[in-house]
Design a protein around this ligand. Structure first.
Ligand code: HEC
Ligand code: HEC
Length: 306
C-alpha cells in the first residue's frame, strides 16, 4: 500500500474571527457599563423609525382637526368641529323628528279615535308602555296588575273605580286622584264610619256581613240582614243599592270578588272603620299631553278598556 501521506491536502484553516469581537468593533457601545456588561449602540430598525415619525405627523394633524387639548372650561374644539355630544344630540333629534309626527297626531286625534288608526295605536301603545314602566309601574306593577289589597288597582281587568273609557283613563292620569297638586284631581271621601262614631261596633259588624253577602262571599246571614238598612242609609248613595259602585265618585263595586283593599272580613271592616283615601299623583305637569294620551291608550288596551 503506497504511503500517500505526502499528497494529503490539509483543509484550509477555519480560523473564523470571534463573532463577538467583530460585532463589538462594528457597532461600538454606548459607553455605559454595569458590572462589566456593556450596551451596544445599535440603530433602531428603519421601518420602526418611519412608523414612529408617521404617527407623530398623524397626531399633529389630529390635534388640529379634532378636539384635543384640555383647557380649563373645555377642550380645543378642532377645525372639523366634531363633538361626540353633538353626534348624540343629532341622533336623538333625528329620532324625535321621526316620532314627532306621531306625537302631533296623538294630540290632534280624538281620544276615542286613536285605536281606529292602526299605526297610531301601535305607536301609542309602545310609547305609552315605556312611560308606564318609568312612571306608573312602581305603584301599579310592571305589567299593570296592581298590588293586590294595598290600594293600587289592577289595570288589567274591567273593574274600574273611575271608569275605563279613554276619556276616563286620560282624565285620571292627567290630574290624579285625591292629591293636593291639582284642583281638578278626582276627589271623593268615604266617611270613617267607626273612627268618627257614625256607626257603632255592632252596626259595623252587621254592615261588614251585608257587604260580604253582596259578592256571595262567606257571611253570617242574620248579621247581614240586620245590616241591610244601614247599608242603604249610609253606603248606597256612593256604592249603589246593590253595591255596583259608582265611577263618578270612584266608589268601588262591592258586588264582585275584585277588591282594592282586600275582601276578608277584617279588611272590609278596616275600610269601613277608618276609610282609606287612596291617593294617586297627577301627571299633567310631568308629562307632555301626547305622552299622557299614549299611556292612556296603553292602559286602555291592557284588557279592561271600555
Ligand atoms: C304613587 C302611586 C301611583 C302612581 C305613581 C300611579 N298611580 Fe295610578 N293609581 C294609584 C292609586 C292609589 C289609585 C287608586 C286610587 C283610588 O283609590 O281611587 C290609582 C288609580 C289609577 C287609575 C284608575 C283605575 C280605575 O279603576 O279607575 C288609573 C287608570 C291609573 N291609576 C293609571 C296610572 C298611570 C297610567 C300611571 C302612570 C302615568 C299611574 N297610574 C301612576 C297610585 C298610583
Ligand atoms: C262618599 C261616598 C262613600 C260612602 C258614603 C261610602 N263609601 Fe265606601 N268607599 C268609597 C270610596 C271612594 C272608596 C274607595 C277607597 C278609597 O278611599 O281609596 C270606598 C271603599 C270602600 C270599601 C273597600 C272596597 C275594596 O275594594 O277594597 C268598602 C268595603 C266600602 N267602601 C264599604 C262601604 C260601606 C259599608 C259604606 C257604608 C257604611 C260605605 N263604604 C260608604 C266611597 C264611599
Amino acid at each position: 500500500m503506497a504511503d500517500n501521506s505526502e499528497n494529503k491536502v490539509e483543509p484550509p484553516s477555519r480560523q473564523y474571527p470571534d463573532p463577538a469581537v467583530k460585532l463589538k468593533k462594528e457597532v461600538g457601545t454606548t459607553g455605559h457599563s454595569w458590572d462589566g456588561i456593556e450596551e451596544y449602540d445599535n440603530p433602531m430598525p428603519r421601518w420602526w423609525v418611519w412608523i414612529f415619525i408617521i404617527t407623530i405627523i398623524w397626531s399633529v394633524g389630529y390635534w388640529v382637526a379634532y378636539p384635543a387639548w384640555p383647557g380649563i372650561q373645555s377642550a380645543t374644539s378642532g377645525v372639523l368641529g366634531y363633538s361626540s355630544r353633538a353626534d348624540v344630540a343629532n341622533e336623538l333629534a333625528e329620532f324625535e323628528a321621526r316620532n314627532e309626527s306621531f306625537f302631533v297626531a296623538l294630540v290632534d286625534t280624538d281620544l276615542e279615535d286613536i285605536r281606529a288608526d292602526d299605526e297610531l295605536q301601535r305607536f301609542a301603545v309602545n310609547a305609552g308602555g315605556s312611560v308606564f314602566r318609568a312612571q306608573c309601574s312602581q305603584c301599579h306593577g310592571t305589567g299593570g296588575a296592581g298590588v293586590q289589597a294595598s290600594g293600587f288597582p289592577n289595570l288589567l281587568d274591567d273593574d274600574w273605580l273611575w271608569g275605563g273609557t279613554m276619556e276616563d283613563i286620560h282624565e285620571t292620569i292627567r290630574y290624579g286622584i285625591r292629591n293636593e297638586d291639582y284642583p281638578e284631581a278626582r276627589w271623593s271621601e268615604m266617611p270613617a264610619f267607626g273612627q268618627d262614631g257614625l256607626l257603632d261596633d255592632e252596626e259595623i259588624d252587621q254592615v261588614v256581613n251585608y257587604v260580604l253577602s253582596l259578592s256571595g262571599s262567606d257571611h253570617d246571614s242574620a248579621l247581614a240582614d240586620a245590616g241591610a238598612e244601614n247599608f242603604e242609609i249610609n253606603c248606597a248613595s256612593c256604592h249603589g243599592d246593590g253595591g255596583e259602585g259608582d265611577y263618578f265618585i270612584g266608589a268601588p263595586a262591592l258586588n264582585n270578588q275584585v277588591w282594592l283593599y282586600g275582601g276578608s272580613p277584617e279588611a272590609i271592616r278596616h275600610s269601613i272603620y277608618y276609610s282609606r283615601f287612596g291617593v294617586m299623583p297627577g301627571f299633567a305637569n310631568r308629562l307632555r299631553d301626547a305622552e299622557i294620551r299614549a299611556v292612556a291608550a296603553y292602559v286602555h288596551q291592557l284588557g279592561g278598556g271600555q
